[in-house]
Design a protein around this ligand. Structure first.
Ligand code: GTP
Ligand code: MG
Length: 216
């Protein structure tokens, strides 16, 4: 079936980095993986899939945006990743008025698939649908295509729902879930959405990176 989105590379990309990094104990965007900051590494990885420059959704006093356009949350209080999604949609409505969707990726998952946006876009069959990634039977809604048409509903939900469970918001909309396979490496199968929350996760990520580099 032909998809609704004609060119996935035209979807405006937003890097979600507005979290607290509380489990890491320091801003994980600046943590080094393979000698490179996660911020630089992940911006490049999503940037290579998209024609529109990546925007950085992060605090207004962010120390170094590495040249990315900074878009701070429009609702204060660190209300979670969906506050970043709302911010991105509102920004895109102004900066990219023809976009039907935006794409978000988190700051802490360095191995996400190089065909992420294309596969998510393929799953969308009409204007108001959300597409999110999944692997190993788990959903990863921070990796999502979000229709700009959900903005008002998302804003009301963020302000009114105290629990702010992402799955509760998704239940209000049509969601296409796209499953991605694990990556075979010399040390076993890698979840492409492995995410770095703690210092131990960062050590594990170094091992995965080395294994990927050694895998033919
Ligand atoms: N814009 C925005 N992004 C957020 C917010 N909370 C989390 N995120 C982002 O959502 C993604 C997944 O969040 P987590 O893995 O929990 O990261 P975190 O919140 O920084 O880390 P913890 O404090 O340890 O939970 C990361 O890219 C975060 O930067 C928020 O309030 N606003
Ligand atoms: Mg995380």
């Amino acid at each position: 079936m032909p998809g609704f989105i004609i060119d996935p590379a035209d979807i405006p990309p937003y890097l979600l980095a507005g979290g607290r990094s509380s489990r890491m104990g320091a801003n994980k965007a600046f943590a080094l993986l393979g000698g490179e900051r996660l911020l630089t590494r992940i911006a490049a990885r999503i940037g290579q899939q998209q024609k529109i420059p990546v925007a950085l959704n992060a605090d207004s006093d962010w120390p170094d945006t590495v040249g990315l356009r900074l878009v701070p949350d429009i609702i204060p209080g660190k209300l979670g990743p969906l506050a970043g999604v709302l911010t991105a949609i509102r920004d895109a409505t102004v900066k990219h008025p023809h976009a039907s969707h935006i794409v978000t990726v988190p700051i802490d998952s360095p191995f996400f698939p190089s065909d992420l946006v294309g596969r998510l876009a393929q799953a969308i069959v009409s204007r108001d649908e959300i597409a999110i990634a999944a692997s190993l039977s788990r959903d990863h809604p921070v990796f999502g295509l979000w229709p700009v048409s959900i903005a008002d509903d998302l804003e009301i939900w963020l302000l009114k729902d105290d629990k702010r469970r992402v799955r509760d918001f998704l239940a209000r909309h049509t969601v296409r879930t796209v499953d991605f396979a694990t990556i075979q490496t010399l040390i076993g199968p890698l979840d492409p959405f492995f995410n770095i929350n703690t210092p131990d996760d960062l050590i594990a990520a170094e091992r995965w990176l080395a294994a990927l580099e050694q895998t033919p």
